[in-house]
Write a protein that binds this ligand. Structure first.
Ligand SMILES: *Cc1c(COP(=O)(O)O)cnc(C)c1O
Length: 385
């Protein structure tokens, strides 16, 4: 097979399975509205849960950061790319989340890849929830360690996989809130069985941090657990981008020696770290609390309305409220007809979710108004007829 044939075959397969992906160039993609040129839709697809992506104080912080530090960091954090702004934000974040250290990464994808690659050796085992994010499962399958998956949120299956004999060390991996289902992991049970097996636990709380838990500290705080490795990302509730790993002092020092994504990659712009500090200040403040309350009210309103319409919801209390549709083509058609009615929703299809469970992934944000939720419910009702 030639290169050309390989690529053509893969593209043809995707087209036939209704899984071909397109991108949409938008004027505005986060917050209440999705705007494209002259047109706009109510946006039920962004991860901007608190509506911070357009917050004037965060925009101003980024601008001031750029004036002070310039645009780029100029290098890897190991050379000259680690600024006072990076250090300050790492310290604020670590203190807020109750860890000795935080290390910043360019993205959640990079953080997960880096941590798993740096920690895992050949005789080790990773035991991950089946529905873990692609960045975790891909890192795990590339690592020299064994990868075992446990049924979604099933801590007793996790326990029995961890109990199988192994020469090396074990890492359990899960998420605080699952990105395609919106449900929470039973973290206390998972932490207990992991500890019993002398393993360490990595929790990726991309969708929980800023949103759930006391003061927005996330899923782990909400459930009273303290995993050895906590990954948080800033592309969602923080309204920016980037990620951090929260850990002990020795683990941070270890990652600084062995995490190649830190060593061989330009660090995030210092101005971004300044903006992240400002976003964190808002998340921790009364304003953050009131944004979380608004979001919770929207979630309750949506679920109540969807139940009245007998729509098939998942067991989610989070901002992610998927409606399981089944067939790819049906999900695509529904998404299309909702767009015609002014609501922007994304059809999520395999391989992102298991075959036969294509869904409309509704995400709610504090930037929505109550009438936006009502409008969504109305068009959902009309579209399924
Ligand atoms: C979004 C997401 C990531 C990736 O984070 P980025 O910063 O967008 O690269 C990782 N893990 C989970 C669970 C996510 O939802």
């Amino acid at each position: 097979m030639s290169w050309q044939q390989r690529i053509d075959t893969a593209l043809t397969e995707r087209r036939h399975a209704d899984t071909f992906r397109h991108r949409l160039p938008v004027s505005h993609g986060a917050g209440r509205w999705l705007v494209q040129g002259e047109r706009r839709w109510l946006n039920f697809s962004s991860n901007d849960y608190l509506g911070l992506s357009q917050h004037p104080q965060i925009v101003a912080a980024w601008q001031q950061g750029a004036e002070r530090y310039g645009t780029g960091s100029g290098g890897s954090g190991h050379v000259t790319g680690y600024s006072e702004a990076h250090q300050q934000f790492e310290q604020e974040l670590a203190q807020w989340l109750g860890y000795p250290r935080a290390l910043l990464f360019i993205s959640g994808f990079a953080a997960n890849q880096a941590v798993i690659a740096a920690l895992m050796h050949k005789d080790d085992r990773i035991v991950a929830d089946k529905l873990s994010h692609a960045s975790l499962l891909e890192a795990a399958s590339h690592s020299p360690a064994q990868l075992r998956r446990f049924a979604h949120n099933d801590s007793s299956q996790l326990a029995s996989l961890l109990a199988k004999p192994i020469e090396g060390l074990q890492l359990a991996v899960t998420e605080g809130i699952f990105s395609m289902d919106g449900d929470s992991a039973p973290l206390a049970g998972i932490a207990a069985v992991t500890r019993q097996a002398n393993g360490w636990l990595l929790v990726d709380d991309a969708h929980g941090v800023g949103v759930s838990g006391d003061n927005g500290r996330g899923s782990c705080a909400a459930q009273g657990v303290h995993p050895e490795l906590l990954v948080v990302t800033f592309g969602k509730a923080f309204g920016l981008s980037g990620a951090a790993v929260l850990c002990s002092d020795p683990v941070a020092d270890y990652l600084l020696q062995f995490a190649r994504h830190l060593i061989y990659s330009t660090s995030m712009p210092p101005a971004q770290a300044v903006a992240l500090s400002q976003a964190l200040a808002i998340i921790r403040s009364e304003e953050g609390e009131s944004r979380r309350q608004t979001l919770r009210r929207h979630i309750a309103r949506f679920r109540q309305g969807a139940e009245q319409l007998s729509l098939q919801l998942t067991a989610s209390n989070s901002a992610i409220q998927p409606l399981i549709v089944g067939e790819n083509s049906r999900a695509l058609r529904l998404a299309e007809s909702l767009r015609e009615q002014g609501c922007w929703l994304t059809a999520i299809r395999p391989p992102t979710v298991p075959a036969g469970t294509a869904r409309l992934r509704v995400t709610l944000t504090a930037a929505h108004q109550p009438q936006d939720i009502d409008q969504l419910l109305e068009v959902l009702d009309a579209a399924r007829r």
